[in-house]
Design a protein around this ligand. Structure first.
Ligand SMILES: Nc1ncnc2c1ncn2[C@@H]1O[C@H](COP(=O)(O)OP(=O)(O)O)[C@@H](O)[C@H]1O
Ligand SMILES: [Mg+2]
Length: 349
């Protein structure tokens, strides 16, 4: 495109220059011949120059107009997109507390507008209330997608997910999401103060300093925050001049604190400790256990040392659940899990 543009520019510049020289030459010739006066020559020349610059200006305005309209048409196209995941006309109240659990019933899922190769296939599982489950599997196995379905960021292509026997699609979406707190793998780094970064987990607690400090403590980030120039009022990130950049591990802990602040009945951590060292991770996870006490928790991690603490472990391979059980049961099975565990354990010996 840049090449084409330069070529077009060269051609128009040259033809413009030729036109200017040609007509100036013509006027000069006419003057020399005595056909027009010297005064007329000056006038023609100036008029010509003025005309040229006016023309150039209006053409470039037209070009800008055209460019903007292209941009705006994209924008309007975006605004006209209809959400695919919608509230039901008559939402049902969400049973609280969760009594029987969350159930996946032969769930199949592929991303809309992408290949029809399913990301998840024939997923049937029950997460009981108060239970901590773990999902392990290679990159691309579909772990994050499974979480997105629970949060109703997408709906299953086939099958259903139920909450105490009621299809998730029968609830009001924001009420459902209010029940869930989740740290996604690609959580947001808000370029605002530490206080707000944590407080965004539960907006109504934004002014409750003690709660925010407690969440920071539980996530093990308090010491790092206290060292910042303005403590909890320090702006994070480099968007603003006075912003302080944190390490990836510290950002992760901030995101975990944000999740801990929220008193939701289901807590989900999607590989939230990948950038933490073993010690910090153990600390965060022990706090997670305390918090998850009586709550339903889902833990995703490829570090099997952290997964051991779960009540039940699901192994996800290529969108299917291939093994289920406790850490010991899975080791006895001598399948994928046992193999993964043996490979990882080697690093620690
Ligand atoms: N937004 C998306 N649109 C289309 N395909 C996606 C999207 N997100 C993930 N995928 C695909 O779905 C599969 C599973 O991804 P994911 O659930 O993120 O796996 P995991 O969390 O286990 O690494 C991958 O093949 C990935 O390419
Ligand atoms: Mg993932």
């Amino acid at each position: 495109m840049a090449n084409q543009r330069s070529l077009a520019e060269v051609i128009t510049q040259w033809s413009g220059t030729l036109a200017v020289f040609g007509s100036t030459g013509f006027i000069a010739y006419q003057t020399l011949q005595g056909k027009i006066s010297l005064g007329s020559l000056v006038m023609y020349y100036q008029a010509f120059q003025r005309g040229q610059s006016l023309l150039r200006e209006s053409l470039s305005s037209l070009a800008i107009l055209y460019e903007n309209s292209l941009f705006l048409s994209n924008f309007y196209q975006f605004l006209n997109l209809e959400p695919k995941v919608i509230d039901p006309p008559f939402p049902r109240p969400i049973p609280q507390p969760l009594k029987f659990g969350i159930e996946f019933n032969r769930v199949k899922f592929h991303y809309p507008h992408h290949s029809i190769r399913p990301v998840l296939e024939d997923i049937t599982l029950t997460i009981e209330p108060g239970e901590t489950i773990a999902i392990v599997g290679e990159n691309g196995a579909g772990k994050t997608s499974l979480i997105k379905l629970i949060c109703r960021l997408y709906d299953p292509t086939e099958g259903q997910i139920t909450w105490d026997g009621i299809d998730l699609r029968e609830f009001n979406i924001s009420e459902l999401r209010q029940q869930i707190t989740v740290v996604f793998q690609d959580y947001v780094h808000y370029n605002v103060t530490v206080r707000e970064n944590i407080g965004f987990g539960e907006l109504k607690l934004l002014q409750q300093e003690e709660m925010i400090y407690q969440a920071a403590r539980q996530a093990g980030v308090e010491n790092a925050v206290v060292k910042l120039p303005y403590g909890y009022d320090t702006i994070l990130g480099h968007e603003f001049e006075e912003g302080e950049e944190l390490s990836i591990g510290e950002w992760q802990k901030i995101a975990i604190a944000r999740a801990f602040l929220r008193q939701a009945s289901i807590i989900i951590l999607d590989e939230p400790t990948s950038a933490l060292d073993a010690e910090a991770e153990a600390e965060v996870l022990s706090k997670f256990r305390q918090l998850a006490h009586n709550r339903t928790a889902i833990l995703i991690s490829h570090r099997l040392s952290t997964v051991r603490l779960a009540d039940r472990i699901f192994v996800l391979e290529g969108g299917k659940i291939t093994e289920t059980g406790t850490h010991e049961e899975l080791l006895k099975l001598e399948g994928t899990y046992a193999h993964l565990f043996a490979t990882q354990a080697q690093h620690y010996r």
